[in-house]
Design a protein around this ligand. Sequence first.
Ligand SMILES: *[C@@H]1O[C@H](CO)[C@@H](O)[C@H](O)[C@H]1NC(C)=O
Ligand SMILES: *[C@@H]1O[C@H](CO)[C@@H](O)[C@H](O)[C@H]1NC(C)=O
Ligand SMILES: *[C@@H]1O[C@H](CO)[C@@H](O)[C@H](O)[C@H]1NC(C)=O
Ligand SMILES: *[C@@H]1O[C@H](CO)[C@@H](O)[C@H](O)[C@H]1NC(C)=O
Ligand SMILES: *[C@@H]1O[C@H](CO)[C@@H](O)[C@H](O)[C@H]1NC(C)=O
Length: 213
Amino acid sequence: MAMALYLAMAAVALLISGAASAGTTKYTNHTVGDTAGWFFNSTTNKTSADFSAWAAKQTFNLGDYLIFHTITNQTVIQTYNHTTYESCIMDDALDTDTFQYSGGSNEFGQALTISVPLTVEGSQYYFSDADDGEQCQHGMAFEIKVGHGLGLPLSLSQPPPPPYAPPPVPADEGQSPPITLVTSQPNNGGMRAGAGICWLFFLLVVMLSFLQA
Ligand SMILES: *[C@@H]1O[C@H](CO)[C@@H](O)[C@H](O)[C@H]1NC(C)=O
Ligand SMILES: *[C@@H]1O[C@H](CO)[C@@H](O)[C@H](O)[C@H]1NC(C)=O
Ligand SMILES: *[C@@H]1O[C@H](CO)[C@@H](O)[C@H](O)[C@H]1NC(C)=O
Ligand SMILES: *[C@@H]1O[C@H](CO)[C@@H](O)[C@H](O)[C@H]1NC(C)=O
Ligand SMILES: *[C@@H]1O[C@H](CO)[C@@H](O)[C@H](O)[C@H]1NC(C)=O
């Protein structure tokens, strides 16, 4: 009985290390359309590249980035919803499954680079919804499948800590910088201690998995 259990565990360990050595060894940045970038010519209705063909040649994994070299005439919409993808617009899309990446400029013709981290395994879709979806209908769209690879790196799996909010100052003693400073320090310390514990836990998990393998 104990022997069988041991053998089963050994088999699992072998499987895990086998999968790891056969898989990816680093995170990759995929430049969308390669040197041609993410562009659409609205005079000719032509895309700068065949994005579906481009995507079909890549292997995408968690922690990789898509890098869009583009201008503000195009948009970058990411969706996990196939219906939204097929519709080429995001008017009816849900906030929870569709995101617009923006360079923050409202002017046409501004160059920009948009980096999109791949944080969810499985199918996801990208398109430009500019010109009321016409760009997408003419090929500014592609699908990718994200595999597990190395898994999410810490930098993407841990959301940044919430911004520090100073405690409210009583209205009658308006300016008292020393007091704000003193109260701010224990709070920051607490946050750091929390992060330290997360790290310890992570290290423990890593050590355990090494012991297993
Ligand atoms: C990939 O892109 C991200 C986001 O722009 C950047 O932080 C990272 O350094 C890039 N990695 C490589 C290997 O170029
Ligand atoms: C669009 O294509 C036409 C015809 O090839 C070309 O003359 C024009 O410069 C292109 N526009 C842009 C913005 O690249
Ligand atoms: C571009 O596509 C639009 C419809 O999406 C069409 O009205 C227009 O005639 C097309 N232009 C060219 C040059 O094919
Ligand atoms: C960007 O869009 C504006 C407004 O439609 C247009 O005048 C301009 O030619 C476009 N630029 C490119 C490079 O397509
Ligand atoms: C996809 O989005 C539509 C709205 O555009 C929504 O009605 C539908 O439920 C979504 N599908 C899934 C699987 O979430």
